[in-house]
Design a protein around this ligand. Structure first.
Ligand code: ARG
Length: 571
């Protein structure tokens, strides 16, 4: 498809003798169309050229004027202050976009990531503990990043780094020994295990002897004691059944479930290598890596005084393993901001364990806290909202709304499921990753708000327009001159930017950019729909508008699917 940014970049680069790479990053898309479709702020290069921006702007304009007249893609250029504004040829834009959509099943899909390996690590709940709302956020952000990288041609691996190891399992084993018979774990596994964990934790605080037994259990687990390993497996299986229920409803998948336990026999290498590098120091019997030189005040603990490994050690072993196994260009960790320090530490230590290429590819996608309107939630206290309840509750609410809005609708349940889940996913992904957010289902389910259901509703509207029209014309039969009004152009410009939006999502690891795009597109379609009659006597105009409607539907559907949202055909 025609690349206007590239065309403009080349022209400015030629006129100024400044490298294209630099020029490209400065090009903006003005908010107000009065200022053109693209604009170049000359103050960016004023220092280099030792001239005032306005003078540069006029000089560039003069140089380009002749060329632009020849080249049909740019309609005109204007200077406004220190800016050069470019007005593109709308007809070319419209034709190119519609042609591209006609050609490909999956619009915006590309191969730009070809040959690059990306790992997205997401979800990663702790077994024997509830899956909380923070886990919901990593699951959905990770799932969306995973899909988007794939869509852009990256060889992508999704990993669920299960929290299935650590001293807490020593505690769980002890709890089971003490009270296992009282608890029917099968009945309500996670909650029962959680109760047991809370109880044993409290006991450990009072009774040093119990704590000692827990430590011993963990040691036994580490050396492969059958009783302990069997129990641990049972905890794990029971947890997975529960987690899989959530993954199934949300339609989230992983390529690997190698969690912490998987690395339990791969940690020696970490210790050995750090020792060889002279990085390990002793601190009261424990082995640590001092990171003060890197501005990190807390050292990274590698081995406890009793010889047992910790969370960080397993992460380091995982980095070594992943470098070897996946030869990754990027390895993304979608984990809450509470672990910022942890990732700073391990990324620093990783520099001594893997080649620079890999160390540089590590990235923590830190996300903010999620709360419900009632306030902050704490796992440790055990008063956690069960995610399944949250999801099912939202679906039920969606069903009520749908029953009211459209009592005649067939398969209401299926639609309610898509709408409820769409509401949750969109609500989660529409906030910038780093920001805290509140999940309130009244807001998330508002059909008129900036929500998942609003996007679904718009999609359904495109479908009903197509139904009314009776057929979608072929591209050859569309007269693009009928789509040069501002309402149509607004839509087409957005659709034109779709691939770029996806590239930005991967560059910034920020699905909210795609969420924003979908809202903008849905809004632009609503305006178009209200301002332009679609079903008309003038079939030439109707055909063009119906074709555009069909295009909007396709892009909304593909875009939403990259967030993990499915579209109902009716609602
Ligand atoms: N299991 C951890 C938790 O639930 C998150 C794991 C994050 N990933 C990692 N590689 N450390 O808090």
């Amino acid at each position: 498809m025609i690349n206007f940014t590239q065309i403009i970049t080349e022209k400015i680069s030629k006129a100024t003798q400044i490298k294209e790479k630099e020029i490209k990053t400065y090009i903006e898309t003005p908010k107000d169309t009065k200022n053109g479709d693209y604009s170049f702020p000359c103050f960016r290069i004023a220092k280099d050229l030792k001239k005032a921006p306005q003078i540069i702007a006029n000089e560039i304009k003069e140089k380009l004027e002749e060329e632009v007249k020849q080249d049909k893609s740019i309609e005109k250029i204007e200077v406004a202050g220190g800016y050069i504004n470019f007005f593109i040829n709308k007809e070319i834009l419209v034709k190119e976009v519609l042609e591209e959509i006609e050609k490909t099943e999956e619009y915006g899909k590309s191969e730009i990531g070809k040959g690059k390996n990306v790992i997205v690590e997401y979800s990663s709940p702790n077994i024997a503990k509830p899956f909380h709302i923070g886990h919901l956020r990593t699951t959905l952000i990770g799932n969306s990043l995973y899909k988007t990288y794939k869509y852009l041609g990256y060889n992508t691996t999704g990993i669920n780094h299960l929290g299935d190891y650590g001293t807490q399992f020593g505690k769980m084993i002890e709890a089971y020994k003490m009270w296992g018979k009282e608890y029917n774990l099968e009945e309500d596994p996670i909650n029962k295990m959680m109760d047991m964990y809370v109880k044993i934790n409290n006991l450990c605080k009072e009774d040093e002897e119990v704590l000692e037994r827990c430590r011993e259990n963990f040691r036994l687990l580490e050396v492969g004691d059958k009783y302990c390993v069997d129990l641990w497996n049972q905890f794990k299986d029971l947890s997975m059944v529960e987690f899989n229920k959530i993954y199934n409803i949300l339609n989230v998948k992983f390529d690997s479930y190698n969690g912490e336990a998987f690395y339990s026999d791969k940690m020696e290498e970490v210790v050995k290598k750090l020792e060889e590098n002279g990085k390990l120091t002793n601190s009261e019997g424990a082995k640590i890596v001092d990171l003060e030189y890197a501005g990190i005040n807390t050292p990274c603990m590698i081995q406890k005084a009793d010889g047992s490994s910790i969370y960080a050690t397993r992460d380091l072993a995982a980095i070594m393993y992943r470098a070897k196994t996946y030869d990754f260009d990027k390895c993304l960790y979608v984990v809450a901001y509470e672990q910022n320090l942890h990732f700073k530490q391990i990324f620093e230590v990783a520099k001594y364990l893997v080649d620079e290429k890999y160390a540089k590819g590590l990235e923590h996608i830190s996300f903010g806290m999620v709360s419900l309107p009632s306030g902050k939630m704490s796992t440790r206290l055990g008063n956690v909202v069960k995610i399944e309840e949250l999801i099912n509750g939202t679906i039920e609410k969606a069903q009520e709304i749908i029953a009211e809005k459209n009592p005649e609708l067939e398969n209401k349940e299926e639609v309610a499921k898509k709408v409820g889940i769409g509401a949750i996913i969109f609500n989660t992904l529409s906030t910038a990753t780093i920001k805290d957010q509140i999940f309130d289902w009244n807001t998330a389910l508002n059909f008129q708000g900036e929500t998942g259901p609003y996007i679904q509703y718009t999609y359904v509207r495109t479908k009903s327009v197509l139904e009314k029209a009776g057929f979608v014309p072929k591209f050859e039969d569309v007269n693009v001159n009928n789509l040069l009004d501002n309402f149509s152009l607004e839509i087409l410009k957005l659709i034109y930017s779709f691939e770029n939006v996806l590239i930005q999502v991967t560059e910034k690891n920020e699905p909210s950019i795609l969420a924003r795009f979908l809202i903008d597109l849905a809004k632009a379609y609503s305006v178009f729909y209200n301002e332009n009659k679609i079903i008309l006597d003038d079939k030439d105009v109707q055909n063009a508008r119906v074709y555009l409607t069909c295009t909007v539907g396709k892009v909304l559907k593909h875009g939403a699917s990259l967030l993990g949202i499915e579209m109902p055909e009716k609602m």
